[in-house]
Ligand binder design. Structure first.
Ligand SMILES: CC(C)(COP(=O)(O)OP(=O)(O)OC[C@H]1O[C@@H](n2cnc3c(N)ncnc32)[C@H](O)[C@@H]1OP(=O)(O)O)[C@@H](O)C(=O)NCCC(=O)NCCS
Length: 326
């Protein structure tokens, strides 16, 4: 059976680290509160003038090198991002140009923090139909330059970064085995960034200035995230003969250590089989899973034949999962 195999991974985190202690000087918060409620110790912040494609570029170069793939062999550049460089063109086109890829299809996907899982499922379907053979999929977010540092409930959560994978069509039993996607658009009031799109363009002076900031109902979101994360992890195994005990590593979207722990507990998964880096990078939205994946690969935590489970949850609301055999 034709499958999408992940043949290379890479990630990039900007050099500048923004610690909780530094945030204490910028807003009414404490390192202790942030660590206790979120598990986050620090996040990375890109330089002025850097956009998401600038962060995706080094991650993509690393992934292509690891895959030993010439950039011009890529036939689709797909970028999962909530913070594209421009309204148009897509950041995937900006990345294509940076990589010197002369001809390839290129587009962005926005499923907020579920973006990487949505894009992986989409890329996999396109490979299985025979439409593309080699896909570069990057998840990248440049978010810290748009945060309101007076909004302590949201500003402490997010960080910049990018991760990338190279997918190759391959016959066999390695690659994406299943994917599960779901959404509930009626609950977008739990997490929304209202202004900046076509409904309330920035500079139109017809929106409340608070619409320029992320609006989040943290506790309600937390509860939904735990339920849907754990459901998504189980859904990826539906219709397969794989049991949760056989999963070598779960790589969840990194939003909050307590969400990750409670979801794992709910399905009886021990935390030693769950990859966590939220303490070091915060919530990097669509970039979080590919960053974590590359860190896990380079740390030797994934070996040939391992079953890996990706699970994500985010604004939309959106959620989903993918089961992959390495
Ligand atoms: C945001 C979140 C960490 C808040 O934790 P919480 O335990 O729910 O905290 P609450 O919102 O109940 O706030 C508790 C208190 O801390 C305060 N607080 C909020 N942010 C704070 C901060 N950064 N520093 C210090 N105090 C803060 C609140 O004002 C509140 O004060 P009060 O009791 O005097 O009113 C938690 O709800 C969460 O992680 N939700 C999910 C967020 C998420 O993952 N979003 C992305 C999804 S992909």
């Amino acid at each position: 059976m034709l499958r999408s195999r992940i043949i290379g991974t890479g990630h990039f985190l900007p050099e500048r680290i923004l610690t909780n202690t530094e945030l204490e000087t910028m807003m009414d918060t404490t390192d202790e509160w942030i660590r206790q409620r979120t598990g986050i110790h620090q996040r990375h912040s890109a330089k002025d003038g850097e956009g998401s494609a600038d962060l995706a570029y080094p991650a993509a170069v690393q992934a292509l090198e690891a895959a030993n793939v010439d950039p011009n062999d890529v036939d689709l550049v797909l970028m999962a991002t909530t913070t594209p460089d421009y309204i148009f063109p897509a950041s995937a086109c900006v990345l294509q140009e940076k990589l010197g890829i002369e001809r390839a299809a290129a587009f962005d996907m926005n499923a907020a923090c579920s973006g990487f899982v949505y894009a992986l499922a989409t890329a996999n379907s396109m490979i299985q139909t025979g439409m593309f053979k080699t896909i570069l999929l990057a998840g990248a977010e440049r978010v810290t330059n748009r945060l309101n540092w007076e909004m302590r409930d949201t500003a402490v959560l997010f960080g910049d970064g990018a991760g990338a994978v190279v997918l190759r069509a391959e016959n066999g039993d390695h690659g994406v085995l299943t994917s599960y996607l779901d959404a509930s658009g009626g609950e977008n009031d739990l997490l929304i960034w209202p202004a900046g799109g076509s409904k309330q363009p920035i500079g139109s002076h017809n929106h409340d200035s608070s619409d320029c900031d992320i609006r989040m109902r943290g506790q309600d979101l937390f509860k939904r995230a735990v339920i849907e994360f754990s459901n998504a992890m189980k859904q990826a195994l539906n219709g397969t003969d794989v049991s949760l005990d056989e999963i070598a590593l779960v790589i969840p979207h990194q939003a909050n250590i307590r969400i990750i722990q409670k979801s794992a507990e709910r399905i009886g998964m021990s935390m030693d089989r769950v990859f966590v880096n939220v303490d070091q990078v915060g919530n990097t939205m669509a970039a979080s899973i590919p960053i974590a994946l590359d860190q896990a690969v380079r740390a030797g935590r994934i070996k040939d034949g391992d079953l890996i489970l990706f699970a994500a949850f985010g604004a939309g609301l959106t959620w989903g999962s993918c089961l992959v055999r390495w």
